[in-house]
Design a protein around this ligand. Structure first.
Ligand SMILES: [Zn+2]
Length: 322
């Protein structure tokens, strides 16, 4: 696949491919992004929630054609052509970094889990790999020894929230109070400052982003996931994860499932061995010469990507560092 106006060597290229595929998958017209259309790619992807069919993907309205009756199924916010530079400083989620080096970040959500998280930590130590754990505050308090081990092993602890409810279902006042409370709870459990936050389902608004920033955290999303919240064989989960990796990607995995009540008919809670999934992924990364680092190391070493709009990125890069 070639996208007009984008050098093939650009490493966020994988994101664009996914964006184009996603538009096709959603049945959106995508004249602005369709490679065969001969037009420059112009979309701006700010983040993908786990449920991309409903929300989390923000693009410029002019870059999307008719929505095939799926009105309301897309952007909470449609950016006008001149807006990208203005939104550069918006505290929206980081979903990958721009790099040609084989650095990726493996992240775990919904834990800690007294059994699975420890097994995952064992495998990480074996490979000398680092990961980031976005924990649920009540679970962190209940399993403080696991959280302490995460920190002692050189990994990173981030906040995933107090409950697993979408922030969009809460009032802003509730969100802010909950973020403040749960951040403190996790910091008490971990014994270190928490500087990263990942919203449940990736759902967030600009106001939430401002609150997260005001509380000294950065919002982190993901660029690859493995659908590991339902039961499928470990090797299937691992190959899905591997398929989504590219230099600079942030991989979302789970060491627990915090929202079993959302299980759909015909789905079953995971019984596969999560550490076996990780072993498969780390074996692959080793073969490819990739390195798994914490999210903070990834974002400190490489330019975080909140948008795949090139002009937006270039301007922002020229204007400031973050
Ligand atoms: Zn979650």
């Amino acid at each position: 696949m070639t996208l007009p106006g984008w050098p093939a060597g650009e490493q966020h290229y994988g994101v664009m491919e996914r964006y184009v595929a996603l538009c096709a998958d959603l049945g959106w017209g995508s004249s602005g992004v369709r490679p065969a259309g001969g037009r420059r790619f112009g979309g701006a992807v700010f983040g993908m929630g786990s449920d991309t069919r409903r929300c989390g993907l923000l693009v410029r309205r002019r870059d999307i054609g008719p929505v095939n009756g799926a009105r309301g199924a897309y952007p909470l916010l449609a950016l006008r052509p001149r807006w990208p530079a203005a939104v550069a400083g918006w505290p929206l989620g980081v979903f990958c970094v721009s790099t040609s080096r084989g650095d990726v970040a493996i992240t775990y959500d919904d834990g800690p889990h007294p059994v699975q998280t420890n097994r995952i930590l064992d495998v990480l130590s074996e490979f000398g790999a680092k990961a980031t754990f976005f924990v649920m505050a009540p679970l962190a308090a209940a399993h403080q020894e696991v959280v302490r081990r995460i920190v002692a092993d050189g990994h990173e602890v981030g906040l995933h929230g107090e409950t697993h409810r979408s922030l969009l279902s809460l009032t802003n006042r509730e969100v802010i109070a909950s973020l403040r409370r749960s951040k403190e709870q996790v910091e008490d459990a971990a014994g270190v400052a928490v500087t990263l936050f990942r919203p449940p389902y990736g759902h967030h608004s600009l106001t939430h982003g401002l609150a997260v920033r005001a509380l000294g955290m950065r919002m982190i999303l993901w660029s690859a996931l493995a659908d590991d919240w339902i039961d499928v064989p470990a090797e299937v989960v691992a190959s899905r994860a591997i398929e989504g990796l590219y230099p600079g990607s942030i991989l979302l995995l789970h060491d627990n499932r915090a929202d079993p009540e959302t299980l759909q008919p015909g789905e079953f809670l995971p019984t596969f061995e999560r550490s076996a999934v990780l072993r498969g992924i780390l074996n692959h990364l080793q073969t490819e010469g990739y390195r798994s680092v914490t999210v903070s190391e990834l974002t400190a070493r490489h330019r975080p990507v909140k948008s795949v709009d090139r002009r937006f990125m270039d301007r922002r890069a020229a204007a400031r560092t973050w």
